[in-house]
Design a protein. Sequence first.
Lengths: 543, 543
Amino acid sequence: MRKVFIAILAGLFIFTTSAQDVYKIQRNSWLEKAEKAKPVLFESVCSPICVVKSVSDSNAFQGWKMQRSADMDSLYNVSLKLRKQIIADFGRHLTGYFSFKLNPISSTPDAPVRLKFTFAEVPAELNTPFDPYPGVLSRAWLQDEIVTISEFDREITIPRRFAFRYVKVELLGSSPYFDFTISEMKCIASTSAGSVTEKLAEMTLPIIKEINRVSLETLKECMQTVYEDGPKRDRRLWIGDFYLESLANTYSYKNDSLTKRCLYLLAGLAAEDGRLHADVFETPKPHPQLGVHCLDYSLLFNSTLLEYFKATNDKETALDLWPVVQNQIKYALKYFDKKSIFNPAEKESPWLFFDWNDKLDKTVAMQGLMIFSLNNSCELARMLNKDQEVNEWATVSQRMAKAARNEMYVPSRGVFLSGTEHQLSYMSQVWMILSGVTSPNEGQKALKIVLQTPDAIYPGAPYAYHYLIEAMIKCNMNVEAKQLLIDYWGGMVNKGADTFWEVYDPKNDYLTPYKFFPANSYCHAWSCTPVYFIQKYPGIFQR
Amino acid sequence: MRKVFIAILAGLFIFTTSAQDVYKIQRNSWLEKAEKAKPVLFESVCSPICVVKSVSDSNAFQGWKMQRSADMDSLYNVSLKLRKQIIADFGRHLTGYFSFKLNPISSTPDAPVRLKFTFAEVPAELNTPFDPYPGVLSRAWLQDEIVTISEFDREITIPRRFAFRYVKVELLGSSPYFDFTISEMKCIASTSAGSVTEKLAEMTLPIIKEINRVSLETLKECMQTVYEDGPKRDRRLWIGDFYLESLANTYSYKNDSLTKRCLYLLAGLAAEDGRLHADVFETPKPHPQLGVHCLDYSLLFNSTLLEYFKATNDKETALDLWPVVQNQIKYALKYFDKKSIFNPAEKESPWLFFDWNDKLDKTVAMQGLMIFSLNNSCELARMLNKDQEVNEWATVSQRMAKAARNEMYVPSRGVFLSGTEHQLSYMSQVWMILSGVTSPNEGQKALKIVLQTPDAIYPGAPYAYHYLIEAMIKCNMNVEAKQLLIDYWGGMVNKGADTFWEVYDPKNDYLTPYKFFPANSYCHAWSCTPVYFIQKYPGIFQR
């Protein structure tokens, strides 16, 4: 009897210390570290600066601009029943909770009041009917709320966080037996960004200064208890956005604890097989978007950790998360064939993002990003004295680079072509440059060719433009990089952006991946990197 | 110097003890007593009994009936996205807070969900578009709320109290990337009514039993921390409704503390000149509907206090509130001329209610109600040994009764006619009977005449029907009283009423004083009195 008992105990011990369980314990400890690194949110009370009206203007972004129509007092002191609808302008983009008061001005309130609030990041959001809703994402992302108010003379807070500059208030219902005003509209705005000491050379162009400022605003708004992709939508941590945000943070707010938290959160929420999830949520408790893996994003985790380590010298975290780095490489390598070419079996084809552009063939870009990530991971290994563990990586990287040149490069044309259709795209050249497959001269030549080829597949969103600028700098196209920053991000500034947008095509204000442009996020993490470029490369951008 | 100081002190003392201030102190002490008498709410967790569908039926009340379509499990276990819209039936009228849960059933929720909830007391409320809203009362009374849900697997409570039996749930927005069910719909229902031991004779007609039951439900739902006029609308204490509710309470739940609270609340919130306000609110702190006085309601306070004293023997409260009784009489007498006839100067004409019927001339009714209130107040004075203080009231009452007979009665026709148009109405006869101006025989004759006169102004709402039945009983029309109860309240029961309605015209389901019948309250205090009649007069109603 006793022997049986001991045998059971031994079995339990073996069971509880399986590799799977060790990994589970490790992930839990990572989640605990993520929780400990959670930043305190800085809150500020912000008031609207004036009442505005929407003015249709074909020259304005998406056809609408706001025009100051009155000061706030003139709204607060006049019956809301006389106005029916007003728009208040907070003067800048805010992320937080909205409050207001209703004040009876004649007779006793005898019935509830029904108000509709619509919060907008850009003017056209207030001038495009939401219903019937044609979009593909949830209608619930749109920031309109109907509120029934039964009590007066007290602050009412709408229990939903909004991201907005403008709020439209519409009176949907009130009693004929009393009159009232609205007042004390405010937003308790939050960010974990803290303050930043801007460093800009005196000679910096005004448009670059503006781009730098709007970039900082964008990053600040996305910095909450994680690096959110967008405070309006999707309000969560995506690896791709995180990589760019952490780069921008290093050159601005330097909230390294937030970066650390996000690294640990992603690590702690990885799948059982070690693959990172592309995105994770914080509430009600941290959890991943189960089953959603993005191969290029997973590999960028390694680069994010490397850059974090370089910025902070936090070796403890880098060592702690080293197994995550190894796992991402391990799983990515499965998709490469004997010739070291990215070539997944059709059924096993992983999700790749790279850009909002359905036409883009991503084979060459993925080949490049794999090499880029291997190179970054090797660098991290060396810094952690782990290179012995992964000494094959350098060889694999070189083999892949060689394969890319053999299979994807067309020397006669000086460009990389992707996929069975031999597609010419910006992103293929960009990732061949960033991975070091090309020499700077070759890269420059390739980029100049796509720049001059109107039907080359061009970047569809700011995320891809970031890598394009990085690639330009890497192959000494400094003038072009600066001009592109001015043209692209400056284009948004010139169109009135308070924060940089998720989607921007200079030729099409209404571009949306969601079949409804007001569903776009107009303060989006992956657009925040100008501050990184401007501060990291002052010689290029501040002259 | 010292003398000046003493003089100032003396002045202050005189100032602080003015009659006005004494009265203010008194009102505050009444409000404190109201607060102390505030009942605890009994809460119960109620779940819906089934899913129903709306069926158009010209024979059904307001053209719609509900038909059971499925059990709750079949809703809870199936994607809400497949249903788009459902109606849950709680099986009976409830007053309280509604909760539910959303449960992901495939993939991770990646976006908020937008749901619209519409709460209904009667089926047609769910089948009549609310917008564009044609009603005169606040649109915000209608019980539809749009809710954005960002978190799942947790109970969500809509922060507004509803009065309903049915709830319609419409899916307005969700993500294509995950699926979910709704579950655990429930209502934390509240009432201060407590329990009641029904006493009904065995021979009581089934329809009377049903009327008694629905009457108890109606009263129970209106009994919260005050006697509300309606838990859906207007959710406050009106004197007229209070009088009838307190009568019904005496013959059912016997929550005398609630009656006491309401007496003190009204007294404590009276105007500086002593006049009661017609209605008062409890939150954020007790306050009256300023400037709104209703002469017939004010005088019914006296009758309410008398009935409360008779039911409870609480002499302390009756004595404490005696000055309020005196004040109501004092102010009402101003509107009577030298001939003891109700005859206010046009500009000073007080608001009179009596019934929802714009055509009703209220002169005779007011003459009667004044005498009725004087008689009740005299009775109270005698019980409190205060008759010496008001020994002129009996004389005034007799003079008014005589004047009524002289000026308003037409002996040749056997009826009282009201106003310059000599209007024949039920209410004129009713109040002449209740005041004792007529003998029972005269009253019976008068009532029989109006009952046989098709163009006599007939009662417009249950409030007036209450007084009609009371008058019938007072002049020995027991058979008619019982038949009217069966016809009128039984008519509502036969049309499916779970609780009795604010407005009911057997000939017109859509009657509304608000230009939109769904704004009517379908659980209304002033309709709750059948239990009072059935229990007080078992010899009439329980045989």
